[in-house]
Each structure stands twice: as structure tokens, then as C-alpha cells.
Ligand binder design. Structure first.
Ligand SMILES: NC(=O)c1ccc[n+]([C@@H]2O[C@H](COP(=O)([O-])OP(=O)(O)OC[C@H]3O[C@@H](n4cnc5c(N)ncnc54)[C@H](OP(=O)(O)O)[C@@H]3O)[C@@H](O)[C@H]2O)c1
Length: 285
């Protein structure tokens, strides 16, 4: 049985449809169960699950353990992008970002691992992001959450392979989904010190996301991670991810940041050096 989070739309919904059509017992979950009617009609079992809700996580996994023999594969797909300048994104928004993109998937994974270890088989597939490997301005909270997911799941991969459990990270670049509509309100940042950067990122997203990979293609990559006999740790999705992932590792940091800056006119040039640089007052304690 495969348990999938964030199935109200986009990649999660497309994975659920593919999985059920491929003959897997598929449990599609979402915060609003009414958004799952179509998946239920297609044959999925549907359950309400907000990944940030500890009680709901326990309830769903416990029920699947008792009534359906446990979860063989978990797809941690639910997620969103908290975009905004590092300085101005309030800490409670950072917290919600991490609860959703990191702690929810970690906690769900912890719940399904004991059963997987007992049965000697399991798949944990995480929909991470190219944003978990490369960094753009105005995305500190989102990047940090996906970097954290990447690191946590890579550690898990090392730990559980010997129990017959495979862990994969799917890294989409731009995907043409509802993702941008789910980015929390950014108006408050527009008039701040970083307003120019915020509007540059918004413009780039409006240009790039509709031209990104389709959710159908992204879901086919998730299915590969679920079904290949020897799944890989990382699966890039889309031309941008396939090019930028290796490039970001090979190119020296200075060159890489120059390339990133070239896409954001307001940070293209470094700050001019002050004529009389302030000196550190060594007498003050
Ligand atoms: N689209 C892209 O360009 C792109 C690129 C790289 C990575 N990704 C990643 O791909 C994954 C899927 O995104 P998508 O592109 O398919 O966008 P999407 O259509 O916005 O799907 C995101 C899903 O996550 C759900 N979700 C958000 N917070 C949740 C929570 N607390 N509990 C349960 N579900 C929650 C949303 O449900 P609601 O309807 O309840 O909000 C929605 O079903 C995300 O992890 C995203 O970060 C997307």
C-alpha cells in the first residue's frame, strides 16, 4: 500500500492517479477531504491529513497498520513555498514552513519505519526540490526547509538500506502546478527594503513556472522512484534541474553566485566599498 500526502492538486494528485491505475492500494490524503472526491471515484482510499497535525498523522498510520497491513510506501509530497526576504519573514512563518516541509515528513516517516523494518521492505519517496540544492534570493525559508529535508532523508537512506528500505528524493525544477498560487501573501514585503527583489522573483516565477515540467511528468518520475527495482537516491525532474544540479556542484561558488545575480538586476552589482571604511572599536567591551 502507498500513502501519499498533499493530493488535493498538482504532483500529489497526479501520483495518486498513476498509483491507483497501476494497481497499487493507494491512500490519497489532503487537508480538505472534499478535494479528494475525484481520486476516491478513481479507486483511491482517501483520508484527511494535515501533515503538521501530530494526532492526525498517528490516526491515519495506525488505521492503515490495523486494517490494511501497514504502509509499504510513503510519498512525502505535501509542501509549499514561504517566499520573502530573510530579514522580513516573521519567525512564525519560518516555523510553519518547517512544520510542513520538514517536521511533517520526518514524523510521518518515523511512524511508518517500524512496520517497514519488520516486513523487510519499504519505500520512502520525498518530493523535494531543486531549491533543496541551489539557492535564490527571497527564498531563504523555503530553501532552508528543502535543504533540511534533503539532508535528513539522505541520512535516513544511509541508515535503512540494510533493512530493505529505499529512500529517494525527487527534485523538480519549475513545474506547472498550482504551487505559485499557494505561496503565502507577499504584499507586505513589496514596500520594504527588498521590494525590488521581491518583484523580480515574482516576475521570474510568473515567466518560468508555466513553462516548467508538467505535473504528469513529475508524477511519472515519482512512480519510477516507487517502482524501480534499484531506485536512486536523487531524481531530478525537468531540463532545468538536470542541468543546474550538476552545474551547481562543479562551478566555483563565486561564478555560481555571479550567475544567480545576473538574473536579478537589483543585486547584480556588489555594494560599493565605503570611502572611509568604519573601523572596529577595540576599546569598547
Ligand atoms: N511546482 C513547482 O515548481 C515545484 C518545484 C519543486 C518542488 N515542488 C514541490 O512539489 C510538491 C508538490 O507541489 P505542487 O507543485 O504539486 O504544488 P501544489 O499543487 O500547490 O500542491 C501542494 C500540495 O501540498 C498540500 N499541502 C500544503 N500544506 C499542507 C499540509 N500542511 N498538510 C497537507 N497537505 C498540505 C496542498 O494542499 P492544500 O490544497 O490543502 O493547500 C497541495 O495538495 C511540494 O512539496 C513542492 O514544494 C514544486
Amino acid at each position: 500500500m502507498v500513502l501519499i500526502t498533499g493530493c488535493s492538486s498538482g504532483i500529489g494528485r497526479a501520483v495518486a492517479l498513476r498509483a491507483v491505475r497501476a494497481g497499487f492500494t493507494t491512500v490519497a490524503t489532503a487537508r480538505k477531504p472534499e478535494s479528494l472526491a475525484e481520486l476516491e471515484a478513481a479507486g483511491c482510499l482517501v483520508r484527511a491529513l494535515d501533515v503538521t497535525d501530530a494526532e492526525a498523522r498517528h490516526r491515519v498510520v495506525e488505521e492503515l497498520d490495523k486494517k490494511h497491513g501497514g504502509v509499504d510506501a510513503l510519498v512525502n509530497n505535501a509542501g509549499y513555498g514561504e517566499l520573502g526576504p530573510f530579514e522580513e519573514v516573521p519567525l512564525d512563518r519560518w516555523d510553519r514552513q518547517f512544520q510542513t516541509n520538514v517536521f511533517g515528513p520526518v514524523a510521518l516517516t518515523q511512524l511508518v519505519l517500524p512496520g517497514m523494518r519488520e516486513r523487510g521492505y519499504g519505500r520512502i519517496v520525498n518530493v523535494s526540490s531543486l531549491a533543496g540544492k541551489i539557492v535564490l534570493p527571497v527564498g531563504a525559508a523555503y530553501h532552508a526547509s528543502k535543504f533540511a529535508l534533503e539532508a535528513a532523508m539522505e541520512a535516513l537512506w544511509l541508515e535503512v538500506h540494510r533493512f530493505g528500505i529505499e529512500v529517494s528524493l525527487v527534485l523538480p525544477g519549475a513545474v506547472n502546478s498550482r504551487w505559485a498560487d499557494n505561496v503565502p501573501e507577499q504584499n507586505e514585503y513589496a514596500s520594504g527594503a527588498y521590494g525590488d527583489l521581491v518583484s523580480e522573483l515574482a516576475r521570474q516565477m510568473a515567466e518560468r513556472l508555466p513553462r516548467g515540467a508538467s505535473v504528469e511528468y513529475a508524477s511519472s518520475v515519482v512512480m519510477r522512484a516507487l517502482t524501480e527495482s534499484r531506485p536512486r537516491l536523487r531524481y531530478p525532474v525537468g531540463a532545468d534541474a538536470r542541468v543546474l544540479l550538476p552545474l551547481s556542484r562543479m562551478v566555483p561558488a563565486r561564478l555560481w553566485s555571479a550567475w544567480v545575480r545576473s538574473h536579478f538586476p537589483s543585486i547584480r552589482h556588489p555594494a560599493p566599498r565605503p570611502v572611509n571604511p568604519p573601523t572596529v572599536d577595540r576599546t569598547r567591551r
